[in-house]
Design a protein around this ligand. Structure first.
Ligand SMILES: Cc1cc2nc3c(=O)[nH]c(=O)nc-3n(C[C@H](O)[C@H](O)[C@H](O)COP(=O)(O)O)c2cc1C
Length: 359
């Protein structure tokens, strides 16, 4: 029984943002026992589940129980970490968090493009601000999962003061986040994407350097799919220079013909895939930089094509809205099939023998 389809029938009749907020408020109160509801979605037996190990340890030291995590923006205020970490997500990224609470752009600002299994949003970092979100992250149980925190600047902060926002946020979350993402790639905060130029990025990461002691969490940069390929070598160099853990590719894209805002889901897939491929090529083999692949990933085929090009862990947002938790159970079963096909039991082994894998 796919309970999500029942739920979606109702939710998709509501305004997208209202449905989103109601769902999160419901999920934040979801009792622990109710995750049993999802057991019937699992396509593999408990026996197989025990035999196959789908966990991965990244170069950043984090242990993902499953190679797919929840992308930023769905649980902006860290309200439902306990729910999202009870379903098979390997990691959950909350935020974008800004220092001060902000209301974001005028509504309506979230739209479903149902036929294209895509979304258009111009939310503009609406969030409850770092103090409230910090409390939510600290009190979450996490269920042994990785929790990342995605940081952004307030709209009212001028570009030349952006570093200060990122410093304040980094200090706030450095002891509680398992990893931190610097987000300069949302199309919905005026001027934010200009911070993706190398000088601006250098300023941000230089400002964070003194705060990054031994215990500080791994630091990532999230990029837009609309950067020029020529910008990538500079960004990868910067990632090495500042000892970043890796790059998240990608955020939403802009398609003015679809309306103002960021496009995610299937419409984004081609651009995001090209950008991921290019960044991975520039990173090359033998580097410890990780890539968290995001953008238009909606089934195990998409995940495997990311693996073929050298990626390891991915995140999803839009496909989760369209398919619900079933997408994770489908991916789980199809990854186990892939391992079976290759006479392997550990996903880690698959990445160690990538050239020989029969996808
Ligand atoms: C409604 C909505 C809000 C989002 N908010 C954020 C955000 O606050 N911070 C961020 O880094 N990405 C945000 N994203 C982008 C996603 O994290 C992701 O990069 C993008 O949607 C592409 O992945 P997908 O095709 O799987 O959705 C948002 C996406 C959507 C659809």
């Amino acid at each position: 029984m796919n309970y999500y389809n029942l739920f979606k029938n109702i939710a998709f009749r509501l305004d997208p943002e209202l449905a989103h907020n109601q769902s999160l408020s419901l999920l934040s109160k979801f009792p622990k026992q109710s995750s049993k509801l999802f057991k019937s979605m699992r396509r593999i037996s408990d026996f197989d589940l025990e035999k196959y190990d789908l966990s991965l340890t990244l170069n950043d030291g984090n242990f993902w129980t499953f190679p797919v995590g929840l992308a930023a923006g769905l649980d902006k205020n860290a309200e439902a970490i306990d729910f999202f970490t009870r379903i098979p997500f390997g990691a959950v990224e909350v935020g974008t968090v800004t220092p001060k609470a902000q209301i974001g752009n005028p509504k309506p600002r979230m739209f479903r493009l149902i036929e294209e299994e895509s979304l258009l949003n111009r939310m503009g970092f609406n969030n409850q601000g770092m103090n409230e979100i910090y409390e939510n992250v600290v009190k979450a149980k996490r269920n042994g999962k990785v929790v990342g925190v995605n940081l952004g600047k307030n709209k009212i902060t001028p570009a030349d003061k952006a570093c200060e926002d990122y410093q304040i946020l980094f200090k706030k979350f450095k002891e509680t986040a398992n990893y931190i993402v610097i987000n300069v790639s949302s199309p919905n905060t005026p001027g934010l994407r200009d911070l993706q130029n190398i000088e601006a990025l250098r300023e941000i990461f230089s400002a964070l350097s003194p705060l990054r002691n031994e215990e500080a969490p791994p630091l990532y940069l999230k990029i837009a799919p609309d950067l020029s390929f020529e910008d990538i070598p500079g960004i990868v160099q910067l990632a090495h220079d500042f000892n970043l853990a890796g790059i998240l590719a990608t955020n939403t894209t802009i398609m003015p013909e679809k309306g103002q805002g960021g496009i995610s889901g299937k419409l984004l897939k081609e651009r995001a895939t090209k950008m991921r491929k290019h960044v991975l090529e520039v990173i090359g083999s033998g580097s410890s930089l990780e890539m968290i692949g995001i953008g238009g990933i909606s089934n195990s085929e998409d995940l495997f094509s990311f693996w073929k090009m050298g990626g390891k862990v991915a995140q999803i947002y839009t496909s989760f809205i369209y398919q619900g938790p079933q997408i994770l159970f489908d991916m789980e079963a199809e990854i186990v099939d892939l391992l079976k096909r290759n006479d392997m039991t550990r996903l880690m082994d698959l990445f160690e023998n990538r050239e020989k894998v029969r996808f």
